[in-house]
Design a protein around this ligand. Structure first.
Ligand code: CA
Length: 703
């Protein structure tokens, strides 16, 4: 039987919300709504801030995406007195990545499956919840956990983009839906994980799915009505149907073969910012499909792995800068984009900055896209030896060929979606970086497009000598960097006990960041000295925010471990802490206690039955498991945030085929694999999982 894990019957990790004294959830149109209006009236009467600093109204607080707040009640002299003000369970054990927005003391945020919560910023009480009922059976197409990075807020409406591609406007006061549009073709494996952004009275949203094979684009919708204003495709479509624009016609010249049959990729799944003065909207784009250049036939594959600027009024291309031409390593350019005015060589430049997955930190002129500077921000970047005068990478010899190799940074990048922050006072940017990450780069020459699965072109059956070499590499490590973008130089770094560090906030003179081991810490912005920390009980990926209610400053963060690295759970990631998702808030002299129930299997697994399968069958199951199952249930069948299958109950083991093939647990987020696996293969996977349980159980002989 399953041991140790709390609420083991909830396969998707979703838990009932612990409603502590607030009965109005999901009943906005009842008597409770009257109460809500009263509550909101009271909330709106709270010490408003005319200078806007009390609130956190957009993803990066301001258009520049600095994630810098001038609030100064919590500072390097007072931070020692920072204590928990409140915490609120959000009914999930999956990853939480959202940036909470705060307006007049009310927090608006998202939890797993794109569920939106409005929360009292002073008490943590849930004011309303909107559940868009994301179809769990589509979970196969949500590559990196059922996550959402938050909402947008504009003129009394809250905007959320759902995992299954819908864009929804809600009434800020009640959570009632005002309009809804489908932004993607639901027949295709699109998903959305990013928070919508606001530009020129429009709601802007991209999508994800380059790992599966879709055509990426960014769309803008009228914020009042939901009517689409424009759409910018990031890759060209089928030439026989005509190109939408000159930009698409030009891009098509950089592709080979029948590229449109896979969709092309280039999805803009995060990193969108707007400059109202230049009226330019900036976003990053993801990898081309499939991952490997040789499989695609070569070419730069515009506008994948690019930083793109479009005119916000029309959606027409203004400029692009390709960070990884002809990407071969999954180096999406979707990391946060931060705008600043920097003095470079004595001249004030309007720049846009990014710590790219590919290991280079870029500073570009944001009017023209011209390359200003770029430098590696981690040691051990092996795929390129540097950048040329225009910022194009100088690829290391041999690494792009169709032969297995080990390359760095790994597929997850040296820095990913986790928000970075910029302090105009120190002139530094702060972001989590992963060093020493290496990836087995094994293209599959026999790869064929499969519309029902991921289309990486990765050789999942690679069993060569590099596997052992990978096992012997030094472990990856993580650090929080204070980086000078003018000198392109590290000013300080704080080594982390975990590879994965969360998003960053600069609260005046303090840098706040959470980590995978559940610790939220505050560092002095000038030199990285740690001044305060708190054990939140569960790993943190999301960025903290800060706000003021009734004259009191709070720091809040979503706490929830998962996401891509959390589910894949590769060995050597440090003391990560899966657990119960919540939002927590701190204030000076806060005295609340965190109720953090244990979340772990206490004892080694005891296999429900002994497998009689041969080692050959278990090995076949291992290869199938690593390709099909490990993205959610963990490498080597050791899970992170989702169920650890070594602990499967006899009931699950007995019904394994039904679960995997018939989708009997689809409603809980375990989709059917009947288009990807046959019954014999499922039995082999089951044999592998049982053999792993046996190996992990002291006293039982291994297979
Ligand atoms: Ca990607």
């Amino acid at each position: 039987m399953t041991v140790g894990r709390l609420w083991p019957d909830r396969v998707d990790g979703t838990l009932p919300i612990l409603r502590l004294g607030y009965p109005c959830v999901r009943r906005p149109l009842t008597f409770c709504s009257v109460l809500l209006v009263l509550l909101f009236t009271a909330a709106c009467g709270r010490a408003p801030s005319n200078d806007g600093t009390a609130n956190w109204l957009m993803y990066g607080r301001t258009d520049e995406d600095h994630r810098f707040s001038p609030l100064n009640q919590i500072n390097e002299h007072t931070v020692a007195k920072l204590g928990l003000a409140w915490s609120r369970e959000l009914g999930t054990t999956r990853g939480l990545e959202a940036t909470p927005l705060v307006k007049d003391g009310i927090i608006y945020t998202t939890a797993s499956w794109s569920v939106v919560h409005a929360i009292d910023g002073k008490t943590g009480a849930i004011l309303w919840t909107y559940d868009p009922k994301v179809p769990r059976e589509r979970a196969l197409f949500y590559c990196c956990d059922a996550i959402s990075r938050g909402v947008a807020l504009y003129q009394g409406k809250i905007y959320v983009a759902t995992l299954d591609g819908r864009l929804i406007a809600l009434d800020e006061r009640t959570g009632a839906m005002i309009w809804i549009v489908n932004t993607t073709d639901t027949e295709k494996p699109y998903s959305i994980t990013s928070a919508p952004r606001i530009a020129r009275g429009m709601v802007v949203i991209g999508n994800a799915g380059s790992e599966y094979g879709v055509r990426g684009y960014v769309s803008a919708y009228d914020a009042g009505t939901g009517k689409m204003a424009w759409r910018f495709y990031t890759v060209p479509g089928d030439p026989s149907l005509g190109f939408e624009s000159g930009a698409m016609e030009a891009a098509a010249k950089t592709w080979k073969g029948e590229y449109w049959k896979t969709g092309g990729g280039g999805t803009a799944w995060e990193g969108i910012v707007y400059d109202p003065a230049l009226d330019l909207l900036y976003f990053g784009t993801g990898n081309p499909t499939a991952w490997y250049r040789a499989i695609r036939g070569g070419g730069d594959n515009l506008y994948t792995a690019c930083i793109v600027a479009v005119h916000a009024s029309t959606g027409q291309l203004a400029w692009y800068f390709q960070t990884t031409p002809g990407d071969n390593w999954d180096y999406d350019a979707t990391q946060p984009l931060v705008q600043a005015d920097l003095r470079i060589n004595g001249v004030s430049r309007k720049v846009i900055m990014q710590a790219n997955k590919n290991g280079f930190f870029y500073v570009l002129d944001r009017k023209t896209g011209a390359f200003i500077s770029g430098a590696p921000y981690v040691k051990g970047v092996t795929w390129a030896t540097g950048l040329d005068g225009k910022g194009r990478p100088l690829e290391a010899p041999g690494v792009a060929e169709m032969k297995p190799s080990i390359s760095s940074p790994g597929f997850d990048g040296a820095h990913n979606w986790n928000p970075m922050a910029y302090s105009p006072r120190t002139g530094l940017v702060y972001f989590p970086a992963k060093t020493g990450t290496r990836a087995l780069h094994a293209p599959d020459a026999a790869w064929k497009y499969n519309p029902n699965n991921v289309n990486l072109g990765f050789d999942a059956k690679y069993d060569g000598p590099l596997g052992a070499e990978m096992d012997n590499l030094p472990p990856a490590s993580g650090a929080l960097l204070g980086w000078d973008p003018v000198r392109q130089k590290e000013v300080w770094n704080v080594k982390s006990p975990t590879v994965e560090g969360g998003g960053v906030l600069v609260a005046n003179s303090l840098v706040f960041q959470g980590r995978a081991d559940g610790v939220l810490a505050a560092y002095r912005a000038t030199d990285g000295k740690e001044l305060w920390n708190f054990d939140a009980g569960t790993g943190i990926m999301a960025p903290p925010v800060t706000y003021l209610v009734d004259g009191i400053q709070y720091v809040s963060v979503m706490v929830g471990w998962g996401g891509g690295p959390g589910l894949i759970n590769p060995p050597g990631t440090g003391p990560v802490k899966p657990g119960f998702g919540r939002i927590i808030s701190f204030r000076l002299d806060g005295v609340a206690r965190l109720k953090a129930p244990l979340f772990a299997h206490k004892n080694p697994p005891q296999p429900a039955i002994r497998t009689t399968a041969s080692p050959q069958v278990a090995h076949e199951g291992e290869l199938l498991y690593e390709f099909n199952c490990s993205p959610c249930h963990g490498v080597n069948a050791v899970a992170g945030a989702l169920p650890d299958l070594r602990y499967s109950s006899k009931e699950v083991v007995d019904s394994f085929e039904e679960v995997v093939m018939a989708g009997s647990r689809a409603e809980r987020g375990m989709p059917s694999f009947n288009k990807l696996l046959n019954a014999r293969q499922v039995r082999a996977i089951r044999a592998y999982i049982l053999s792993r349980a046996q190996e992990s159980s002291p006293g039982l002989p291994s297979r």
